[in-house]
Design a protein around this ligand. Structure first.
Ligand code: ATP
Length: 482
């Protein structure tokens, strides 16, 4: 079990496969080739910032979900945590230890992928125990008197030298000062580490295989927790997608990792199975109490599983918060629109403080005077008496049919385009003006409205959001009352 700290983490792809192992020979070849090619114009495929200034502290035992649309950098971030991707800039700590230059297998992390990556010719049991059988655990080396044996860690120095080479390559490719600075800092840190390990003998280890009975006990434990005891003799081809994913989870569990990383593990399953596996993974987390980091593009998965969610867009963290806070208090329009189905309605409005009211003019010219004391705290600059153009956000479920006695200035008259009866709820697709945008109202009670009818609506003031039209940032605080 472990907490994690991500400090100013950056990932810049230089435009070529940075993960490829680079040997000194390759470097020499490259330089020679470059010289031969002179004076040809050097083609550079350009840098790509996949993750930008990611900062987060993850407590031991949390269930964190990274969510965002395709290409937002969530997989890159989880892969950097796993050590499968080099970190361009910043610091990553696991359990208080800086792990930027620690090999993946030494990070005590287990990763579960979308493709279960099971060996087809092995039974479930063999798949689960495979890595344990190969694995050698480090045991501190002692002399005959029981004192620790110290030695220069040649393996570590070799790994660091390989890292240094990678950074040197990236530095050569870097085209902007920011990336160059990040990489130079990394280079200096690695050089310092090489210097340290070259001159400082550290605890030496011997590596031993796990005992057979210990492996068997671990497999039995995982099979019991996951309810797959009956499947242990089956091969992957004889199992359903859900069962295969359980085996993949079992394989991760038996390693007893400090952190579980799950990258879209349920994407290959059908909707029903996904929903039930979702719950099983949450239960597994409750049982293991280990830190889980889960990547998904599905906001429902994020909302139902995470104790905290990280919403990302184009490599930048948009908000880190609990599911309910993300839903109730989105920091910007992107988060507001990404979390929740149906999507939040966004309307262009003009607002002006008028006594105790916020005079709000909607598209088409209708005006509603919202009670300022019932709205969440608004940025003071918007209450200066002038008129401001902003984006108003309201979820469909926070719009209601106006009461018959509603006074003018408290409702909007809209035209119903389409009505969808979903059983428990009814969705009205309405317009504020002819040819204008369509908005969704989600009602829990049934009604007799027909397409073309005028529907008189009111907004629940507590759930109104205001966003800056340019920056798209929220213009409201969390408490109610102005
Ligand atoms: P998805 O859900 O589609 O997997 P994601 O949010 O996980 O998306 P990443 O896989 O982290 O996104 O990729 C982030 C960005 O980095 C993408 O635009 C992607 O094209 C780019 N990228 C990923 N790997 C590389 C690479 N090896 N070289 C260059 N660019 C890359």
């Amino acid at each position: 079990m472990a907490g994690l700290v991500l400090k100013h983490i950056y990932k810049v792809y230089s435009g070529r496969n940075t993960q490829k192992k680079r040997s000194i020979k390759a470097l020499v070849n490259k330089i020679t080739k470059k010289q031969e090619q002179k004076p040809a114009v050097e083609k550079r495929s350009g840098k790509f910032v996949a993750v930008k200034d990611f900062n987060m502290e993850i407590e031991d035992g949390e269930f964190i979900v990274f969510v965002g649309p395709s290409g937002c950098g969530k997989s890159t971030t989880i892969r950097m945590i796993a050590g499968l991707e080099d970190i361009t800039g910043g610091e990553l700590y696991i359990d208080g230890v800086l792990v930027n230059d620690i090999a993946p297998k030494e990070r005590d992390i287990a990763m579960v992928f979308q493709s279960y990556a099971l060996y087809p010719h092995m039974t479930a049991q063999q798949n689960i125990e495979f890595a344990l059988k190969l694995r050698k655990l480090p045991v501190e080396k002692k002399d005959k008197d029981g004192n620790p044996v110290l030695a220069i860690d040649k393996k570590k120095i070799k790994e660091l030298k390989q890292k240094l080479l990678n950074v040197q390559y990236d530095l050569e490719d870097a085209q902007d000062e920011e990336t160059k600075a990040l990489l130079s800092e990394r280079k200096a840190a690695i050089e310092k580490d090489i210097e340290y390990y070259s001159n400082t003998p550290v605890q030496a280890y011997v590596y031993r295989h796990m005992k057979k009975e210990d492996i068997a006990a671990k497999v039995q434990w995982a099979a019991k927790v996951l309810g797959i005891e009956e499947l242990l003799d089956n091969k992957p081809a004889e199992m359903s997608g859900g069962q295969r994913q359980r085996i993949a989870l079992g394989r991760a569990m038996v390693r007893g990792p400090k952190v579980f990383l799950l990258d879209e593990p349920l994407s290959n399953l059908d909707a029903k199975l996904r929903a039930s596996m979702r719950m099983e993974i949450v239960k597994l987390h409750n049982e293991l109490k280990t830190t889980f980091i889960y990547v998904t593009h599905d906001q429902v998965e994020a909302m139902t599983m995470g104790t905290r969610i990280v919403v990302m867009k184009l490599g930048v963290v948009q908000q880190i918060d609990t599911p309910t806070n993300l839903y109730d208090y989105p920091d910007n329009k992107f988060v507001a629109g990404f979390i929740g189905t149906p999507q939040m309605n966004f309307m262009d409005v003009k607002i002006k403080k008028s006594g105790s009211k916020l005079k709000t003019e909607f598209e088409g010219g209708q005006v509603v005077n919202f009670d300022l004391s019932k709205l969440r705290k608004i940025d003071q600059s918007l209450l200066d008496g002038g008129e401001h153009e902003v984006t108003l956000g309201i979820r469909g479920e926070n719009i209601k049919i106006a009461a018959a006695e509603a006074k003018s200035g408290s409702y909007l008259d809209t035209t119903l385009s389409v009505k969808e009866i979903l059983g428990g709820t009814t969705q009205l697709f309405i317009k504020l003006s002819e040819g204008g945008a369509e908005y969704i109202v989600s009602l829990s009670e049934r009604n007799d409205y027909m397409s073309g009818d005028t529907v008189r609506l009111t907004f629940d003031e507590k759930y109104i959001h205001l966003f800056d039209k340019e920056t798209e940032l929220s213009l409201m605080g969390r408490e109610t009352g102005n």
